[in-house]
Write a protein that binds this ligand. Structure first.
Ligand code: ADP
Ligand code: MG
Length: 543
């Protein structure tokens, strides 16, 4: 497929300038093919996957076609989701940067319709919207499509999947006959072909071939893991690659909530995004993710459609996608616009392995098995990192008051060497145990049960209080222990008042308990290896 520089396409100087401001030099294959054909006035069927630059492929011709002096809606773009509508409108606004007076508006459900009605009272040249909301405006006669020059169906297959067929057809019937109709779709099932037959006029078919699908810049691999290890493996990979922004995919809404909670318990800033969130909640989560205030976004396929966040460093297929095409959609969320990215898939058992082979067949890319770094490597890495942090702290100074404490410890009979070693133990103990075994985090069912209970008792969440430290305790529901048993056991063994024990979360095989940092050493030394409710327990700082 040919690929041109934008300067080789005959575009207005305004568009050239905007495109170069956006950092585009080379047009993508779909842009190189579609832009000239659309500028000539043909209808187009574009078949290309996510991340191939389709928005500019139709956005640029739309802007070249519009005359600002026409105070009418000249172009309509239909998108399957609110996020996509917003993103497409933003991208078109950027492309229109130097075209003075061009108005672009996104209309979608979930936003107050009155706000959109007011905006539509002035001329809006380009309307981007979800079919349901566009219909709503047509019914209210607040949107006039009788002057349309171009209609775009973006991600048409997805709109059909979402049941928008009737709306799409009635909208198309509102548009004048001598318009241009553009349809983009990742797949070309029969209903799509019917739609193009019915509503397009000798369309040119432009297809980006599969070999161009998976962006070469994305490093792909899989890990053979138990279900209960997945969260822990994510955590290790975050550490190994110093990841800051990542997407984790699950197959159900419920799972996204459960997995999010596990990540939060592990201390990560994680949020779920799925169809049950209200529009402002979704926007809120997305913008916090874009800012990096949320590091892990846990999503379903539908919710992640079209999410275009730059700098997503990695995509995790916590659950393998149900089909190979979704795999391409998912991993296309990283490695955006020429950046590199990583895609990690988790494979559990033979079914998953078969799915992975299907994905390889479809994408024509071999996905290699990966192995986690050994415990030794991880300890070495943590040591290097600690050394760096210590150097910074020492450099910054302001540690006199801590230096003064050394004398206090000496008086307690602890020498400098012991003090340092014991502090290192505090720091590294969790890592040392996970060198021996990969700790099992709760499976979906376990965490779900517990969450229900926790809510009732108002004890579900980590209090996060600064003076409390969260500990991992090796007994859980299967040992038939209650929160009272844990409080009683710890306070008894350590000889501390129960008021120094905070929130407790009991899972099937283990529990988390918060303890006042003041008594941390006491609790660790007195409880570890001793018995609670006649069970020998181990206790350590939770990671
Ligand atoms: P699609 O609709 O095919 O999923 P988008 O239009 O959302 O893809 O584009 C994906 C990303 O690539 C966006 O961030 C967009 O700004 C960027 N992009 C588009 N075209 C180019 C180009 N020619 N060069 C560099 N980046 C581009
Ligand atoms: Mg798109």
């Amino acid at each position: 497929m040919k690929q041109l520089n934008f300067t080789e396409l005959s575009l207005s100087s305004e568009t050239q300038k905007a495109v170069s401001d956006m950092g585009f030099v080379e047009a993508t294959p779909i842009q190189s093919e579609a832009i000239p054909v659309l500028l000539e006035g043909h209808d187009v069927i574009g078949q290309a996957q996510t991340g191939t630059g389709k928005t500019a492929a139709f956005g640029i011709p739309i802007l070249e076609l519009i005359d600002v002096r026409d105070k009418v809606t000249s172009a309509l773009i239909m998108c399957p989701t609110r996020e996509l509508a917003v993103q497409v409108s933003q991208e078109i606004k950027k492309l229109a940067k130097y075209k003075k007076g061009i108005a672009v508006l996104a209309v979608y459900g979930g936003e107050q319709i009155q706000k959109q009605i007011n905006a539509l009272k002035r001329p809006v040249h380009v309307v981007v919207g979800t079919p349901g909301r566009i219909m709503d405006h047509l019914d209210r006669r607040t949107l006039d499509l009788s002057h349309l020059k171009m209609v775009v169906l973006d991600e048409a297959d997805e709109m059909l999947n979402m049941g928008f067929r009737e709306d799409m057809e009635s909208i198309l019937k509102h548009a004048p006959k001598e318009r241009q109709t553009v349809l983009f779709s990742a797949t070309m099932p029969k209903p799509i072909l019917e739609l193009t037959k019915k509503f397009q006029n000798h369309p040119k078919h432009i297809k980006v071939t599969k070999s161009e699908l998976t962006v070469a810049a994305i490093e792909q691999g899989y890990y053979d893991v138990k279900v209960s290890q997945k969260a822990e493996v994510v955590s290790q990979l975050i550490e190994q690659y110093a990841l800051k922004l990542m997407l984790v995919f699950c197959n159900t809404k419920r799972k996204t909530d459960e997995i999010t909670e596990i990540f939060q318990q592990m201390g990560y800033k994680a949020e779920a995004i799925h169809g049950d969130l209200r529009q402002n909640q979704r926007n809120n989560v997305l913008s916090r993710f874009k800012r990096g205030d949320v590091n892990i976004l846990v999503a379903t396929d539908v919710a992640a459609r079209g999410i275009d966040v730059e700098n997503v460093e990695a995509v995790f297929n916590f659950d393998l996608p149900l089909d190979a095409e979704n795999y391409v959609h998912r991993i296309g969320r990283t490695g955006r616009a020429g950046k590199s990215g990583k895609a990690f898939s988790f494979v559990t058992g033979r079914n998953d392995m078969a799915k992975l082979r299907d994905i390889e067949d479809y994408t024509k890319v071999k996905i290699e098995r990966q192995h986690l770094p050994s415990g030794k490597d991880r300890v070495a890495l943590a040591k290097t990192k600690l050394a760096e942090r210590l150097k910074v702290l020492i450099e910054e100074g302001d540690i006199d008051q801590y230096e003064a404490m050394i004398a206090d410890f000496k008086q307690e009979g602890i020498n400098l060497h012991q003090l340092t070693a014991a502090l290192l133990k505090l720091q590294f103990a969790p890592l040392m145990t996970s060198v021996k075994e990969t700790r099992e985090y709760p499976t979906e069912r376990e965490s779900n049960n517990d969450r229900g209970k926790g809510k009732k008792q108002g004890r579900g969440k980590h209090s996060g209080e600064a003076n409390m430290v969260r500990l991992f305790l090796s007994i859980g529901k299967k040992d038939k222990i209650s929160k009272g048993d844990i409080v009683g056991g710890i306070s008894g063994l350590a000889g501390i008042d129960s008021s120094n024990i905070g929130l407790i979360d009991i899972y099937d095989k283990f529990s988390f308990v918060e303890v006042d940092t003041h008594f941390l050493n006491k609790v660790l030394s007195k409880v570890n290896g001793n018995k609670i409710k006649s069970r020998k327990v181990s206790i350590e700082i939770a990671r």
